[in-house]
Design a protein around this ligand. Structure first.
Ligand SMILES: Nc1ncnc2c1ncn2[C@@H]1O[C@H](COP(=O)(O)OP(=O)(O)OP(=O)(O)O)[C@@H](O)[C@H]1O
Ligand SMILES: [Mg+2]
Length: 386
């Protein structure tokens, strides 16, 4: 009898703890900004979306990173930032009743369109491998793809595997957007407006944040959100000079990880996919390259970093908007392309070749480069409601 009582008491305690974990800010007297700054100190716990795992109904502000390769959703929990991500890709197969049943039985997420099943997220990768083909992407170089007529529908379906409508209608959702390009073509306006409409239709109040600023929000709380945040992703590099969380200068270049894979591949007659695999398998830019392939990767990595620093120099030198900052400011590098060993050192060497109008105190790599944008967007979202 006592045992049974104890068991129920423990169960209740557990449920109460879970509840606290779900609603970290409830009942708190702290200002939204204090809570946001506090959240920036929390570690990220990231998981990939699993088959059959239900989408969440958020009970607080949400940060979302809609990147060329992944879509990641971040939420503030008691002791950590909870991040769940899904592959931003799809694969189509011909429609049939038999296949529909099999897909449903296996919890595969898909929708039907024009006689095809659109299989989305991580499942798409499995199907593509089975058919020895590539997955297709609704985004290209950081923006909605102009070549995929159902890009918006795919992104909508992918986001819906991660989050449903919020518990409180009109909850803030903050999403990352690229800054204006200084090279290439394409408009950020269309991309931003489409994503805004999509998130509104899900019951959220969408707020956009520049991707570079999101890196600052995630990494530079101790520096009063002052410094240069750079997100080096797949399709593009985004830069933001922030002064106490205000984006003073923002820009992007349409060259990043995909560019390295493509150019290095062309140079040695290998596919971009193979180059990407080798690159992600532990490239170290400080080690002497041992093969033609690694040499090509080193060359284009260095070219990208030099290009980025040169663009930073050109943009900062030609603006009259640089605030009078009292001391030197840090640079934080984030995104998948900032992961390999030596990126920090190569960036530092490139910095020595230019004279920036602001002094740099240090160059560092984000604590969790793949997830800093979503975390930064969440922090911005949390501070919005005041
Ligand atoms: N361990 C790794 N080493 C080297 N490169 C990596 C590693 N992991 C991921 N990458 C590269 O990082 C890039 C993807 O980074 P990220 O996920 O930050 O981009 P994204 O947000 O999807 O794209 P974007 O911001 O351009 O829209 C790809 O080019 C990928 O090859
Ligand atoms: Mg990104």
């Amino acid at each position: 009898m006592i045992k049974e009582h104890e068991k129920r008491l423990n169960l209740l305690k557990e449920r109460l703890d879970n509840l606290k974990e779900e609603t970290p800010s409830e009942g708190s007297k702290d200002s939204q900004t204090d809570l946001a700054v506090e959240a920036s100190q929390k570690p990220i716990v990231a998981t990939e979306k699993e088959l059959g795992q239900e989408a969440d109904r958020p009970s607080g502000p949400v940060g979302i990173d809609i990147g060329t390769t992944h879509i990641a959703v971040a939420q503030n929990k008691r002791n950590h930032i909870n991040l769940v991500k899904q592959l931003n890709a799809f694969f189509t197969i011909p429609e049939s009743n038999f296949t529909r049943n099999i897909l449903r039985q296996n919890d595969v997420t898909f929708f039907e369109q024009d006689g095809l099943f659109y299989i989305i997220g991580y499942s798409a990768e499995g199907f593509a491998n089975m058919f020895a083909a590539n997955t297709r992407r609704p985004m290209e170089r950081g923006l909605l793809s102009a070549n995929e007529p159902y890009a918006i529908k795919v992104i909508n379906a992918i986001i819906s595997t991660l989050i449903l409508k919020p518990k409180n209608f009109g909850e803030t959702i903050c999403f990352g957007v690229p800054g204006p390009y200084i090279d290439g073509t394409g408009s950020v306006v269309y991309h931003e407006s489409v994503i805004k409409r999509l998130l509104s239709s899900m019951g959220y109040t969408p707020v956009a944040i520049n991707e570079g600023l999101a890196v600052v929000m995630s990494e530079l709380a101790d520096e009063a959100f002052t410094g240069i945040g750079i997100s080096m992703g797949g399709g593009m590099c985004n830069v933001c000079l922030s002064y106490i969380s205000v984006p003073v200068v923002t820009f992007s270049i349409q060259k990043a990880g995909d560019y390295i894979d493509a150019m290095a591949g062309i140079s040695v007659g290998e596919s971009a996919t193979k180059m990407k695999l080798i690159k992600e398998g532990g490239l170290d830019l400080l080690k002497e390259p041992r093969s033609r392939i690694t040499l090509a990767l080193h060359i284009f990595y260095e070219e990208l970093i030099f290009n980025l620093v040169e663009s930073l120099h050109n943009v900062l030198s030609s603006t009259d908007r640089i605030p009078k900052i009292s001391g030197p400011i840090p640079v934080v590098l984030s995104g998948g392309t900032a992961i390999p060993g030596g990126v920090k050192e190569k960036f530092e060497s490139a910095l020595k070749t230019v004279r920036l109008p602001v002094e740099i105190s240090s160059v560092r790599i984000a604590e969790d480069p793949l997830h800093a944008t979503a975390k930064g967007a969440l922090i911005k979202g949390m501070s919005e409601g005041e």
